[in-house]
Design a protein. Structure first.
Length: 174
């Protein structure tokens, strides 16, 4: 596995917000910022079919292996000083940064390339977008018993060994 640095070389002073990954040189291993990890860094391995996230939390080493098909899409998001392309997951802690830059053309091409490579939809983060309300599943509680019937016992379960059918009963009396 080749190791690719996040910026493609040495970083100039003060430019900690740059990240450029080449989608044509997979697999890639790089470090990304993680607030909850020890040292604030997690290691990411990016393959065509899976993503492996490695980090240590409170001294406990962990590796999370996620299939690329489990991600929601490739998202383009505005930042205060530029834009970012993310491999978005429903769990935000599993999302992976792919490109951070101030150049709009570079972000656009990275967004398209990563989306085509992983065969995932292109998503755009809207600041005014509200989460959709949760749908009620109508059939989820349809087969349940009503609450007042849950307090009742279904019936006295008899021991099948104590029931004799088709036999004459013999009673022994003292």
């Amino acid at each position: 596995m080749r190791r690719q640095t996040a910026t493609g070389g040495a970083q100039p002073a003060g430019s900690s917000r740059k990240l450029r990954l080449d989608p044509l040189s997979l697999p890639i291993r790089f470090n990304a910022h993680d607030d909850r990890a020890d040292g604030g860094v997690r290691q990411i391995e990016l393959h065509r079919e899976r993503v492996v996230l490695r980090r240590a939390v409170a001294g406990m080493q962990m590796a999370v292996n996620v299939r690329v098909s489990d991600f929601a899409g490739v998202e383009r998001r505005r930042l205060a000083d530029g834009e970012m392309v993310l491999l978005m997951h429903r769990d935000p802690s599993l999302s992976v940064p792919l490109c951070i830059s101030c150049d709009v053309d570079e972000i656009e091409t990275a967004w398209q390339n990563w989306s085509e490579l992983f065969a995932l939809p292109q998503l755009q983060k809207d600041a005014d977008r509200e989460p959709t309300p949760r749908r009620r599943r109508r059939n989820a509680v349809k087969t349940r018993r009503p609450r007042f019937l849950l307090r009742r016992r279904i019936g006295a379960l008899l021991n099948p060994a104590s029931i004799f059918r088709g036999e004459r009963e013999i009673i022994a009396r003292n």
